[in-house]
Design a protein around this ligand. Sequence first.
Ligand code: PHE
Length: 338
Amino acid sequence: MTEQAAQIQTEALAAIEAASTEAALEDARVKFLGKKSPLNALAGEMRNLSNEEKPKLGAALNTARTAINAALDASKQKLQDAADAASIASLDVTMPARELPVGALHPLSIVKDRAIQILRRLGFALADGPEIETEFHCFDALNTPADHPARNDSDTFYFDSGKLLRTHTSSVQVRTMEKQEPPIKIIAPGSAYRRDEIDATHLSVFNQLEGLYVDSDVRLSDLKGTLEFFYRAMFGDKTEVRFRPHFFPFTEPSFEIDVKLQVKGEEPKWIEVAGCGMVDPAVFSAINESRGDQAFDPTKLTGYAFGMGLDRLAMIQYGIKDIRLLIENDTRFLRQFA
Ligand code: PHE
């Protein structure tokens, strides 16, 4: 019987050797190690053997099972290795990689970042305020009385609560003076909203950058020097900057600023880029009243403020003819600035 066991082992190893797929291997395993295997049948004969024969057959059966198991494991590993090698062989490592799309800054962000960078060099700190504003911060505190046309329902987006979408970033002037002491030197970039008819140069949302400098001896010449420096840093050393008298309720005197620029293929022309002026003492008084102190004494302090359109800067800088392109987020357009 021990010979029989050895015989079965030889047969099994040959079958395993011949199996070329995992399925064939599994068949061999069931056939030679399963319940109905010849080795099991042989084990069933055990009880008919003499006490002397029993351990011999037991040892032979164990040897056969161990050998079959080892052969199965080895063959399985061989098949696996072959499959791995085959899948690597079909891999073309010289194939160019798929390109990952790379994001880029929006032209408005590029221009805004540059403006901030230039102004920070001049000592301005960043300030911020809410886009949903009170009438007080957007108008009253800025010397803009209730009957001022800027407060018309048709010019502004009002909420039922009486709040509104700020029509300019000048509200951040008020917010900052309410919580900080002079001297103050801040810039505040952000969105502003107006009920404009939408066309190539108007949107109901646009972007401004506000500036405010309040100290004991701030002069109009400081304002001029600062803005001239700014626009020359932005558009080139030779850029001409013009201050044109204007009116804003919260500055006195007030100006609009034009820069003379040449858009590609056109004659150089004056383009309006900002509003500015010396802070009206009435604004300081409104701030004091709101704070409940005299921190902004209009007899001791002076200041200048400016508000520039960032969309306009981006359009000039990149020769963009239609402001709507700035909010459509069409990647075919935006990709040009990557
Ligand atoms: N807030 C004004 C506007 O939106 C611009 C401005 C800011 C003017 C600061 C003077 C001082 O048109």
